[in-house]
Design a protein around this ligand. Structure first.
Ligand SMILES: Cc1cc2nc3c(=O)[nH]c(=O)nc-3n(C[C@H](O)[C@H](O)[C@H](O)COP(=O)(O)OP(=O)(O)OC[C@H]3O[C@@H](n4cnc5c(N)ncnc54)[C@H](O)[C@@H]3O)c2cc1C
Length: 496
């Protein structure tokens, strides 16, 4: 195993591959270490829907990104625009103005250009008609700043990245777990790798850490996120146990960002412990803005309509975890069931239906039925029905006098059949991690770059706090992966 590489990339997801391709562009001999076996390669990126939040100024720019857009697509769709300042504002707003402004500016400012670069690497994109657009008066209208997805979703993105990596002569070792960084006062010298039962050092002039957060470690979740987090289900890969962060901290890297924060959503109560690649993100249940969520007492506990789904879903997993028994039921009536996302139609989910509210109450496992009925009647009576319901805009159709209120999309739950879905907390990824500079070099506790060490993706701290605008994880991995790989390549080839 003791070969010599210019750049070693630790991880095999989107951030890792963007780093590998950028390093290779500079001529660096590049090795990707993926600790998963080949059949499970690709990290959380593969589990994702492939949605990517990108700043664009209108349909003409989107057409550059997606040359497959037809004139008919353009005629039947209002793509709107998502300018950089809006993306930046959204990121600042949902992170309660904690996001590091420099990292945020880079992420937003390089988003379009990075996706264009990915195109040159053979990655294709398409509009997210299925999830981010509703049809009004015969035209699709996109909402929530999220318009583009990778062709074939997360699995399509990962297949394309591995294929393009192979075409570019990038070596991959599967089942190869990075255990430690080799370094001395001169900087990084390589990585200690455990591969098929053998542990040995592999030399490299530079290393990019892109091995995800610590969401798949129950121990680390309880330690950093707090009590109860060991009980969360993991939405994605079982391989992101925080190794990259730990290895960097061991050699003096600075911890940074929201270590007690994470992205976590409502996820089928009976989903397995880790993600299932055959189901992908199908266990999520993201249409709660059109209904209500109740806990074991039958009571509502969040404003389901506080904002568009993609500005609240990442923090409501925590709210569910905090309820007794760590579960909730999402309840809908017939007026809105046609709006439920595809994931409400997968096989094997925890769902009940009934023709009366009383019958439904009896079927909601572990819920206090009288409490639930009282809650629904109170909710129905509190709705200001003067405003029309409209799923594409924040319609202001709200409740009055409840705690918590529902701020938008409030409809009485009164039209059978009624449907309910049981959810628990599914953790997606953790927010705390390593501090990087403008070159994505890892910063040490003295505030100086660790020579030859770079980082990208989930394990970078300082971007997300409390919450997250949907589609930004892949974008962050791509932007900082490309920067990290290019800088690592330059460094390894004798530049600085
Ligand atoms: C169900 C689901 C849906 C999602 N949907 C979206 C979406 O639509 N849009 C979006 O932007 N984000 C989405 N996300 C979040 C997104 O997946 C992540 O933010 C993003 O993929 C992180 O990329 P990454 O490359 O940093 O990490 P990952 O893709 O998780 O890659 C980490 C890699 O490191 C490897 N690894 C870990 N430890 C080691 C080690 N010691 N040695 C070697 N390799 C190691 C892992 O095997 C893996 O290959 C979703 C996540 C999930 C779970």
């Amino acid at each position: 195993m003791a070969s010599e590489y210019d750049v070693i990339i630790v991880g095999g997801g989107n951030a890792a591959w963007c780093a590998a391709l950028a390093a290779r562009e500079s001529g660096a001999r590049t090795l990707v270490l993926e600790c998963a076996p080949q059949g499970e390669r690709g990290g959380n990126s593969r589990f994702s829907a492939g949605a990517m939040r990108v700043a664009y100024n209108g349909v003409d720019e989107l057409a550059r990104l997606m040359p497959d857009l037809t004139d008919e697509d353009k005629a039947i769709t209002d793509f709107g625009a998502y300018p950089q300042d809006q993306f930046y504002d959204d990121l600042c707003r949902v992170t309660q103005y904690r996001t590091n402004p420099r990292l945020a500016e880079t992420l937003v400012g390089r988003s379009f250009d990075t996706m264009m670069w990915m195109r040159t690497k053979g990655i294709r994109f398409a509009p997210i008609y299925g999830r981010q657009a509703f049809k009004i008066d015969g035209r699709f209208k996109f909402w929530g700043g999220l318009t583009v997805e990778a062709w074939g979703g997360g699995p399509g993105l990962i297949d394309a990245l591995y294929s393009t990596g192979a075409r570019n002569g990038i070596e991959v070792w599967y089942g190869a777990r990075a255990c430690a960084l080799v370094h001395d006062d001169g900087g990084i010298r390589g990585v200690v790798v455990r591969n098929r039962g053998i542990t040995a050092a592999v030399n490299a002039k530079a290393v990019v850490l892109a091995s995800g957060g610590f969401e798949a470690s129950a121990e680390a979740r309880a330690r950093y996120l707090g009590p109860g987090w060991d009980l969360a289900k993991v939405r994605g890969t079982r391989f992101n146990t925080g190794d990259g962060i730990r290895m960097a901290l061991e050699i003096g890297a600075m911890p940074y960002g929201n270590w007690s924060g994470c992205h976590a959503v409502g996820w089928d109560r009976n989903a397995p412990e880790f993600g299932d690649l055959a189901v992908g993100d199908g266990f999520q249940k993201h249409s709660y803005p059109f209904g209500i969520m109740v806990n074991a007492r039958g009571r509502r506990f969040v404003d389901e309509g506080a904002d568009f789904r993609n500005y609240t879903y990442a923090k409501y997993g925590r709210a569910i975890l905090e309820q007794a028994g760590q579960f909730a039921w999402q309840v809908f009536d017939r007026k809105v069931t046609h709006l439920l996302r595809d994931e409400y139609r997968i096989k094997g989910m925890t769902r009940v239906s009934a023709d009366t509210l009383e019958e439904l109450a009896a079927k909601l496992e572990d819920v206090d039925a009288p409490g639930f009925l009282e809650e629904v009647h109170g909710y129905n009576a509190a709705i200001d029905t003067g405003r029309p319901f409209s799923p594409n805009i924040k319609d202001g159709r709200c409740t009055r006098g409840l705690a918590p209120e529902k701020s938008n999309w409030a409809n009485p739950i009164d039209t059978p059949p009624f449907e309910a879905y049981a959810v628990t907390c599914g953790i997606t990824f953790t927010f705390g991690g390593l501090r990087i500079d403008d070159d994505a070099a890892v910063i040490n506790t003295d505030g100086l770059p660790l020579r030859g060490l770079y980082a990208a993706g989930e394990l970078v701290g300082g971007i997300f706090y409390f919450n997250y605008p949907g589609g930004t994880g892949l974008m962050s991995g791509a932007v900082f992966g490309r920067i990290a790989g290019a800088a690592a390549g330059r460094f390894a080839r004798g530049g600085t």
